[in-house]
Structure formats: C-alpha cells, structure tokens
Design a protein around this ligand. Structure first.
Ligand code: NDP
Length: 448
C-alpha cells in the first residue's frame, strides 16, 4: 500500500513533471488541497494512484495551423487539443482562441473540466483545446480561413463518440459554424461533433444562455440554502462575453441589480442598475459588432466608464467574475470582503487566485468555484449531444427546467461533501463530488 499523500510532496512532483505551467500547478493545487485528506481516508483511491493518474492527460495533441490573411500574407499559429480523461464519457470541453493560449492554460482547463463534467451527472469526459490565434480585429473571411485550417488537422482526433469540442473565449457561434462546416466537408458526415451549433444545423435552445443562466441559478441556490434573498441584491459582474451577458440577463430577471460589466479595456458602472434597453444594446454591440464596452458609456451618459480598471471596487452583495483566469486577486478579495460582499460565484474558469479564495474561505463570504457554478454550459452541451443522437429537439422550457435541475443537484452535491458545521465549503464539496465518480470508474477499469 503506498504511503498517504502529502500536499507539499505531491505538488513538488507535479511542478517537476510539468515545468513552466503555472496555471496547471494552480488548478491542481486547488483540487489536491481538498482531495488529499479525502483520498487518504479511502485506501483504494490511494492504492490505484488515482490522483496521480488524473493529473496526467490521456494525451495532448499539438499541431501547426497555417492560414492566409486578406492581403495574402501567410501566418503560422499553434493548435492544441488536450484529451484529459474519458473515464465517464467521450472527451468534452471547449476550444479557446486567444493569444494567451498555451499548454499550461489548456491543461488547467482540461483538468478542471474533469471535475465539472462529472458534477453534471451526464456521461462526459474532459478535454480542452484551442489556439494562440487572436480573432480580434480579423475579418470574417480571415476567421473562416483560420477555422478551416485548424479543423483540417483537428478532425483526425475528434468524433461524436470520441471527443466533442465546443466554444470558449474567442470561439462563439461564428467560429463553431466554420469549424462544423469544415468537419462536415472533410468527413462527408453530418455528426454532432461540436456543440454550441446554431439551431439550423443541430444546435440546442438555451445553449447560448446556459453558462450565464446556470451561474445565477447556482447563486440563487446558494443564497436560498443560507436563507438569504435573491431579489434586490447588488451584483458586480466582470466580462461582457457569452457568460457575462447571460449572467446579467438572468440576474435581472430574478430581480437583482447589475452594477457592472467589463472587458479587457476597463469596466462600465451602471449606478442605478443595468436596464433592459442597455442590455439589448450590449448584446448587439458585443455579439454582432464585436465592439468595446466603453461604447456603452458613450451612448448612455448615466453610465460611467473606468478605463484600465477592474470592477471589484464597486460595493456589492454578490460578485460574478465571468471574464478569465486570475482576474480577481488577493487585494480585490480584501476589497469585496471590506464592502460586505456576501457571495462570489465564478462564471469564468479559475478567475480567483488561490490567495483570494483562501481569504473568501476564511471569511463569511459564500464562495462557489467555477467547476460547480459554471457547469451549466457544458451540461446543456451534453443535452445538445443527446438531442443530436436522438435526432430531435427539446423546447426552451424543457431545457431551462433541466438546466435548473442540474444546477440544483450540483449545489446539493457540494453541500453533501462540503458541509463543515454551519458552513458549506463549496470548493471542497465540488472537488470531492466531482472526483468520486471519475475515480470509481478508473478503479473499475483496472491499471491503465
Ligand atoms: P467570450 O470570449 O465570449 O468573452 C470573454 C470576456 O472576457 C470578454 O469580455 C473579454 O474581453 C474578457 N476577457 C478575456 N480575457 C481577458 C483578460 N485577460 N482581461 C480582462 N478581460 C478579459 O468568452 P466566454 O464568455 O465564453 O468565457 C468567459 C469565461 O467563462 C472563460 O473563463 C471561459 O473559460 C469560461 N466558461 C465559458 C463557458 C461557455 O459556455 N462559453 C462555459 C464555462 C466556462 P475582451 O473582449 O476585451 O477580450
């Protein structure tokens, strides 16, 4: 029987085996801290070296993507697909197109995805991929040529029963359409190999809204469980992409006041709360015209724009970081706590630094990790896969009800494994609940 695991030794090994991958180290440490005591109490996980195995992706595929811009100039980018773990279903996870994409970022995202997908209770393994290609400022034709070149290599490794990518930062409906079209052309097959598709060619209602709506459903569950009201709460949201926009929409529908949205240039402050008209404008601005959030303040004089700043200094009851990793640090956490913030619910993946999380856990703030609170997106992707397999489509009402149920069940699992006296440690709850299902499958398969 191997010796019980020790966090520091374990992390030393992870750092040694994966040098220069700080995001991956951060994601593993966050999980290992809560899992190691649990694993040490369950010898079969220890004996089968499950945590060590879970920290190694099944494989990481790296490829060259060469494409031509509108001026005929040739560009070379790097493409990736990290197939992390397929113990409970085919690999599933988004594609990110952003200049910061590298192996460390995709390994952290794929690792997180293992726990997230398990929490949904749907049969989905974990993967993540993307490229350091920057779609910002590119014409539609350039994005099309890039996506076609990217898929021309990726298609060898994916399939509706093998690996089903979706969108993430920089990959929305336009990119999914180009990728799907190219897959169809290359394989001569119409298969549900990507999710996040448009309705015309096999997409699902509610997929677009699912991550953001799910975050707010999770927040509501968390507040209700702690006998707190949702209505009237002041909400500070970062980002203005897919997740942020629909988190804002659902928060408003539930009677919350949305005070901010942001992008990488700065944040906008809606002093009286975001209005339905402003939200409609932002959807057009961001989703159709790919504009900057500062344009909201140019159009509405009552909205203030803070260039180069993050929104966490605005006093609020709930904070929803929905932009990117490590966007909320220790100082931001101190500010939120000092202003009496009661809940932090992650829409993005790993948006809070470890130091920020430690502060939340040591305070009265309710903290929900992204792997639990943003799982609504991949959950509805799973439902899109089911609809594709059955060649049918469910109604908006049915899907929204399923999403709400899935988010409630994830919440309840976090409570089951994370209750510590009067408090719920949602991080610990999500890590353990997500781990158990995958670990049991891995033990059942034997040594491989
Ligand atoms: P989008 O590309 O639609 O939007 C990303 C938003 O985050 C934009 O407003 C962008 O601003 C901002 N942003 C990106 N990078 C930075 C940065 N370095 N600093 C400040 N702001 C930044 O992506 P999504 O909304 O889809 O994804 C947001 C987060 O949610 C990611 O962490 C993603 O992994 C996670 N997520 C997404 C899911 C989905 O279904 N889409 C599912 C689960 C998690 P700008 O335009 O200026 O770059």
């Amino acid at each position: 029987m191997p010796q019980p695991l020790q966090l520091e030794q374990f992390m030393q090994l992870v750092r040694q085996r994966n040098p220069h991958e700080p995001e991956f180290h951060q994601a593993v440490e966050e999980v290992a801290e809560s899992l190691i005591p649990f694993i040490n109490q369950h010898p079969r996980y220890l004996e089968h070296r499950i945590l060590e195995r879970m920290c190694e992706p099944d494989r990481a595929i790296l490829f060259r993507v060469t494409w031509e811009d509108d001026a005929g100039e040739i560009h070379v980018n790097r493409g990736y697909r990290v197939q992390f773990n397929n113990s409970i279903g085919p690999y599933k996870g988004g594609l990110r197109f952003h200049p910061t994409v590298n192996l460390s970022v995709l390994k952290f995202l794929g690792f997180e995805q293992t726990f997230k997908n398990s929490l949904t209770d749907l049969p989905m393994g974990a993967g993540k991929g993307g490229s350091d290609f920057n779609p910002k400022g590119k014409s539609d034709r350039e994005v099309m040529r890039f996506c076609q070149a990217f898929m021309s290599e990726l298609y060898h490794y994916i399939g509706e029963n093998v690996d089903i990518p979706a969108g993430d930062i920089g990959v929305g409906g336009r990119e999914i359409a180009y990728l799907f079209g190219q897959y169809k052309r290359l394989t001569h097959e119409f298969a549900g190999v990507l999710t996040g598709k448009a309705l015309e060619y096999g997409g699902s209602l509610v997929r677009l809204e699912a991550t953001g709506y799910g975050v707010v459903y999770f927040l509501k569950n968390m507040l209700e469980f702690h006998r707190m009201e949702t209505t009237g709460r002041r909400c500070v949201i970062s980002g203005s992409g897919n997740v942020a926009i629909f988190a804002a929409e659902k928060a408003m529908q539930l009677g919350m006041r949305v005070l901010t949205l942001s992008d990488s240039g700065g944040f906008v402050h809606f002093k009286k709360g975001l209005t339905a008209e402003q939200l409609a404008f932002i959807k057009q601005l961001k989703m159709l015209h790919r504009g900057r959030i500062s344009a909201v303040a140019e159009k509405y004089p009552e909205v203030e724009y803070h260039s180069g700043e993050k929104p966490w200094g605005i006093p609020c009851d709930a904070a929803l970081p929905c932009a990117t990793q490590n966007e909320l640090d220790e100082n931001d956490a101190k500010t939120l706590i000092a202003h009496g913030c009661q809940a932090v619910c992650e829409g993005a993946n790993m948006p809070c630094t470890k130091a920020a999380i430690d502060l939340f856990l040591a305070s009265a703030v309710l903290y929900a990790p992204g792997k639990a609170s943003n799982a609504g997106g991949v959950a509805v992707s799973g439902l899109e896969m089911s609809q594709n397999s059955q060649r049918l489509s469910w109604s908006r009402e049915e899907l929204d009800a399923m999403l709400r149920t899935i988010m409630r069940k994830i919440h309840d699992k976090c409570v089951r494994y994370g209750q510590e006296g009067e408090r719920v440690n949602y991080l610990k709850g999500a890590n353990i609940a997500g781990f158990v299902k995958v670990a049991d499958a891995m033990v059942a398969f034997g040594v491989m």
